[in-house]
Structures are given as C-alpha cells and as structure tokens.
Design a binder for this molecule. Structure first.
Ligand SMILES: Nc1ncnc2c1ncn2[C@@H]1O[C@H](COP(=O)(O)OP(=O)(O)O)[C@@H](O)[C@H]1O
Ligand SMILES: [Mg+2]
Length: 360
C-alpha cells in the first residue's frame, strides 16, 4: 500500500485553472474523498494522480517517489470511471482480464486472478455475459473488478455510484467501503454528493473552483466547517445575520447578538471585529422549538410556517425576522405544534459557527 502526496499541484486548460495549488496527503489504506460541486476540479485531480494529465506546477508522490514523469501504465493505479467505460463487445471475463493481458501475464494466471476478482465483487457465474446483458449495478462491479484485478497501489473512483438508482447506490456504497477496508487499499474517491462523502470516507477534502477549502474527518467537516462555502455545501445550514459583540482572538471565541439573545460561540476561525455584521450558521437539529409559555429565556420569537413529517424526524420551517429557518426535531419530541403558531426558538451555542458576512 502506498501514500499519495500532492504538493502545490496546479493544472490549467487554457484560461481555466482546473486545479489550483492543491495540497493533500492520503495515508496508506485510507479512503480519502474529494468532494465538491460539478466543475470544481475533482476529475482533473484524479487524472493527474493516474498520470493522464501532467501538472503545470507542483509534485505528485507515491510514497517518496516523484510521479510527475512516470507514465500512467507504470503508476499502477486502478481507476473506476463515472460511466464505467467497459468494452461493450467484450464479455465480463475479457473486460476484467484486459489489463492483465496488457501486462503479458500467462493465461493460467490470468484465469485465476480474474476468477478471484469476480468472486470478490460478487459476480461469480456472470463471466460470459457482455455489459449490455448486465444491470447498472453489475456493470459497476465489473468496472471495480477490472480496477482491482491488477492489484493497484492506489484505487481511484470517479463518482462510481452516480449511474445507480438511490437504493442500489446505498448498497453498493457500503459494499465498496467494506471491500476497501478488507483489502486495506489506499483509495481516492470522488463525489459531488455530500451525504455519500460523509458516510464512506476516512477523511474528506472539500473543493471549490480548483481549490481545497478544508480537509478533515466527516465529523470535523460537518461539525466544524472552517469556511462559509463548506458550511453551506455540507448538510443543511441556516445562516442568520448577527452582530459581533466581542471577539477574543486567543481563544477563537466570539460573543454575538441576534434579536435579544447573546451567544458565546467557540471555534470562530475567521477574525471578526466588535460591531461587525456577521452570519451565524446553525444546523436544523441545533435549534429547539418551545411553546411560548414554556420557553427558557432568552429566545427568538418565530412563527411556524410549515410542518413536514419525515418519519424519523419532523421538519419545521419557522419564520424569524423575515428569514425562513429550517428546524428539525425527532418524531418522539412531537408536541402539538401547529402551522401558524407563534413559538420560541433557542440555539445551542456550542453547535453554531460564525462567519464573516461579506464572503457569501
Ligand atoms: N480536457 C479539458 N479541457 C478543457 N477544460 C477542461 C478539461 N477538463 C476539465 N476542464 C475544465 O476544468 C474544470 C474542472 O473540471 P473537472 O475536473 O472535470 O471537474 P469535476 O470533476 O469536479 O466536475 C471545469 O471548469 C472544466 O470545464
Ligand atoms: Mg468529474
């Protein structure tokens, strides 16, 4: 297994800077995800690692070995493409065997390896079918078997689930994760789907416009977004205007005021000044709704605009001062709160972030 390191990697296409001074290090056996909206440079980054593109600037290392001038076939990466890119006229066996034959492996060994790979991905007995005789999920497994059969040093997966329906996506996602852990293979996974990234990754790099904005575990990215874009992109976040009362840079702690409520907020990473207008970011699960007569003070007064039953949780849209806030409560917490009712909202100060307002 190998460590993959990118140092200040930049790739341009004419005027477009597809990948802009990107730095990260993927540990041995880690599943590392590049997450970001379409066009942010994820595929380009993967192709740079595979060797299909050369960086304009920066270095790519596998362990301590510089890869910049090593051609793709000598890097020994296994790639699964978004559209699978299977050979339509070859059967499953031939598709998976292709890379081994290119490496001039003797036929008996090829047969043994392909059989093992097909068994690994649960495709035993389908070796003679051609791709059009397979379901989307099965084609995806063929692509995975083809990437794994060469025993790659690094597995590269480019939106591998995007052509599957929602249920299958969930199942295959779990299968990929289990397989990756079992094989202990260093894996770089690309997706634009934040939920997929949170659920499958050891660590995530959030990208936008060719740059990496934050790298962290799923928990860190979700709970401590360091950037407004990250807070907005991952999960659902309410942004409420507030005023900075004070800021203690040494503690990274701010006191903010919204309505008649003051909150002491930890983990404020961007410097803010007293008197400045800022944005308070808070997740739906960190706002509590109370009946007005039962509310602990201080609170914000809001009006319930919409109640949506989602099974496990109830989602409320609450109008507060011209803003529509999304609030979630477990179903077990369901009280008779009705649309049109005036309610009190309290916010858990430990669960909010504060960002400079001008960045949005
Ligand atoms: N071969 C190419 N030629 C010109 N521009 C490209 C090429 N590949 C990607 N780009 C541009 O680079 C940017 C990043 O693309 P890409 O890496 O495919 O993003 P993602 O995979 O995150 O959707 C986009 O603006 C895209 O239009
Ligand atoms: Mg892409």
């Amino acid at each position: 297994m190998v460590r993959v390191k990118l140092v200040n990697v930049t790739k341009r296409f004419g005027e477009v800077v597809a990948v802009n001074k990107v730095n990260f290090e993927v540990k041995e056996g880690e599943l590392f995800t590049l997450l970001g909206p379409s066009g942010c440079g994820k595929t380009t980054t993967l192709r740079l690692i595979a060797g299909f593109y050369k960086p304009d600037e920066g270095e790519i290392y596998f362990d301590d070995e510089l890869m910049n001038d090593i051609p793709p076939h000598k890097r020994n990466t296994g790639m699964v493409f978004q559209n699978y890119a299977l050979w339509p006229h070859m059967n499953v066996f031939e598709n998976v065997a292709y890379g081994l034959k290119l490496r001039n492996m003797p036929p008996p060994k090829v047969i043994k390896k392909v059989k093992a790979a097909l068994e690994l991905v649960g495709l035993k007995g389908k070796a003679q079918r051609i791709p059009s005789q397979l379901s989307g999920g099965e084609q995806q497994r063929v692509a995975l078997a083809r990437a794994l059969v060469i025993e790659p040093r690094v597995l590269l997966l480019d939106e591998p689930l995007s052509n599957l329906d929602a249920k299958l996506r969930l199942r295959v996602r779990n299968e990929i994760r289990k397989l990756q852990k079992k094989l202990g293979i260093t894996t770089i996974y690309v997706t634009h789907d934040q939920e997929e990234a949170l659920s499958i990754s050891d660590r995530i790099a959030v990208m936008n416009q060719g740059r990496i904005l934050q790298i962290g575990t799923p928990e860190e990215i979700y709970i401590f977004p360091k950037d407004l874009f990250v807070a907005d992109f991952i999960g659902i976040t309410n942004f409420i205007p507030c005023t900075i009362v004070s800021y203690d840079e040494s503690k990274k702690e701010a006191v903010v005021k919204l309505g008649n409520m003051q909150l002491k907020v930890p983990s404020v990473y961007n410097k803010v000044d007293a008197g400045e207008e800022a944005l308070l970011a808070v997740r739906p699960e960190n706002i509590k709704i109370h009946k007005l007569e039962e509310a602990p003070k201080p609170y914000l007064e809001g009006k319930i605009d919409l109640v949506t039953f989602l099974g496990r949780v109830i989602r409320y849209e609450v109008i507060y001062d011209n803003y529509t806030l999304k609030v979630e409560a477990p179903r077990t917490d369901m009280r008779s709160i009705k649309e049109g009712e005036k309610v009190a909202l309290t916010i858990d100060p430990l669960a909010v972030r504060v960002f400079k307002a001008n960045k949005k």
